[in-house]
Ligand binder design. Structure first.
Ligand SMILES: [Mg+2]
Length: 305
């Protein structure tokens, strides 16, 4: 039985600019045992090459672009598969621009088929242009639904979901959100993982620290999911969710031995995790897809002459 892993990064492999204890040994065990794996992130700003360099500096060597799948790549895959030859006006950074460029999706600031919103790079001028494109008929697409992303234990930054929410409010149109937990993200990631497994793949397991994206997406895609408590979720909060992970682990370090030996261990967390996860006290919706009140388009004001 060959198991492959889809692995979230922030809160699973590193936190802020520090590797999580045991993460390097975990990745080393994946390499040495020939276990297929793919890092999966909703951050659409970096390219896969950027992420490989970042992890190298953090102390994990041997990774290359093929080990990463971002929401920017997922967006490019989606547009290529569903609308050949489409054009887009893009609010986003290098990872998104490169992914669309590679798939020959042309930039169009006048009459694009889509406005594509990713992380960062949003200025009022760009938002105004994007707003006008949607008013002229462009469809609104976001690389991921994250309203904010952790920067450190005390700071967050606005995410692609927040930028898309701005345009939803101004245009009265609802965006479509790719990235986790969208099933298309998991479908394409699992396919890429299977392609990387030379001798086939029997099972794919998602490892992540966020219930709303990593665990929900895996459950909806019919996959096993392992929740790690090294990031944004605290043990006592897990019971609040309708969907549940297959296993709960303190961190990926709990999996290293079983990957090395190929035998399942009984590592799972049965007691309340005391270390405080970051941003646990932050109020508001973490992801744009959690806000159901925006389903109704904003009524347009009457035009008066
Ligand atoms: Mg995470």
């Amino acid at each position: 039985m060959k198991t492959g892993y889809l692995i979230d990064m922030d809160g699973v492999i590193y936190r802020e600019n520090q590797l999580i204890q045991g993460a390097a040994e975990f990745v080393q065990a994946l390499f040495s045992s020939g276990t297929p794996f793919l890092f999966l992130t909703n951050n659409s700003a970096p390219t896969p090459e950027d992420l490989a360099v970042r992890l190298k500096h953090l102390g994990i060597a041997g990774l290359s672009a093929r080990h990463f799948y971002t929401s920017a790549l997922n967006t490019a895959d989606f547009l290529t598969e569903t609308h050949e030859g489409c054009t887009a006006f893009v609010i986003g950074e290098g990872g998104l621009l490169a992914a669309l460029h590679e798939r020959k999706i042309a930039n169009d600031a006048i009459q694009p088929d889509y406005v594509v919103v990713g992380e960062g790079a949003g200025t009022m001028e760009k938002l105004t242009k994007a707003h006008e494109c949607v008013e002229r008929g462009a469809r609104l697409l976001a690389t991921n639904p994250d309203n904010w992303c952790p920067v450190s234990s005390e700071r967050t930054r606005p995410g692609a979901g927040a930028t898309a929410a701005f345009l939803e409010a101004s245009t009265g149109r609802r965006a479509y959100y790719l990235g986790k937990p969208n099933g298309y993200m998991f479908f394409r990631a699992r396919r890429k993982l299977a392609e990387s497994a030379c001798t086939g793949l029997d099972e794919a397991v998602m490892i992540g620290d966020t219930m709303e994206t990593d665990i929900r997406g895996a459950v909806e895609a019919g996959m096993h999911s392992f929740l790690v408590l090294s990031g944004s979720t605290q043990f006592e909060d897990v019971g609040d969710y309708v969907y549940q992970p297959t296993r709960i682990l303190q961190s990926v370090a709990d999996l290293t031995d079983e990957i090395k030996t190929g035998k399942a261990s009984n590592h799972s967390t049965g007691s309340v995790f005391n270390e405080k996860g970051f941003h646990s006290g932050k109020s508001g919706h973490r992801h744009q897809t959690d806000i159901f009140a925006l389903h109704k388009p904003r009524p347009r004001p009457a035009m008066t002459k």
